[in-house]
Design a protein around this ligand. Structure first.
Ligand SMILES: [Mg+2]
Length: 220
């Protein structure tokens, strides 16, 4: 019996790259200045970071490119002050979430003000019973695995009563797998299927169908 779903935000419920260019431009140009000015990155690395900045959490990008602590602090300072103020659209199937049984808990990794502003711009907070930001810019960051574990304890849930839905194999899929929670990877757009996810779906309607066919809830 399904009692809760832990949802990811970016590229699960809205296309992270849909932030309007004019809104992102000042931020991206400041980021480029820091990366070019630090003297420790090749042009190809800078291009890759600029390409991934909407797709992956900054800690993951930093690991991938071996960013020094000094550069990470400077980049973090840019993001910490940045919030979006524009209209954003969720994926058109967002209302399917209302049909998924159990607690709806959103857990999103990123800079607090930026992630919270995305939710305001999207207008989707009302779909969720609880929203948790795994904030990269706050001390004592726990990460998704620790947050998921705390949620299991707080709501007295067994791992098999929960499903993790997200796009990123290195983030929520990995965290769910380590706790024995079934993980469903949502493959929006050009996303590659990760073998580590228990199941794959293309959209929220297929996710709902997957839950129903597993007998986790009565068919709608
Ligand atoms: Mg994501």
């Amino acid at each position: 019996m399904l009692k809760a779903v832990f949802y990811d935000l970016d590229d699960t419920l809205f296309p992270a790259r849909s932030v309007p260019e004019e809104v992102a431009r000042p931020m991206l140009s400041a980021l480029r200045d820091v990366l070019e000015g630090c003297g420790e990155l090749k042009a190809a690395q800078i291009a890759d970071i600029m390409d991934k900045v909407w797709d992956r959490p900054l800690d993951e990008i930093a690991r991938l490119h071996g960013l020094s602590a000094e550069v990470l602090v400077r980049v973090g300072a840019l993001f910490t002050g940045f919030r979006l103020s524009c209209e954003l659209m969720p994926y058109p199937d967002i209302q399917v979430i209302g049909q998924v049984p159990g607690l709806r808990i959103l857990v999103t990794t990123g800079f607090r003000r930026l992630q919270e502003s995305k939710l305001e711009c999207l207008g989707i907070a009302h779909y969720f019973d609880r929203i948790i930001v795994d904030a990269l810019d706050e001390p004592g960051r726990r990460g998704k695995q620790a947050i998921f574990r705390e949620l299991l304890e707080a709501y007295q849930l067994r791992p098999d009563e929960v499903v993790v839905l997200g796009d990123n194999p290195h983030s929520e899929i990995d965290a769910g797998n380590k706790l024995g929670i079934p993980t469903v990877q949502i493959l929006r757009g050009r996303k590659q299927a990760a073998a580590s996810a228990s199941f794959h779906v293309e959209d929220l309607a297929k996710f709902l169908r997957w839950i129903e066919t597993r007998g986790m809830c009565p068919p709608s």
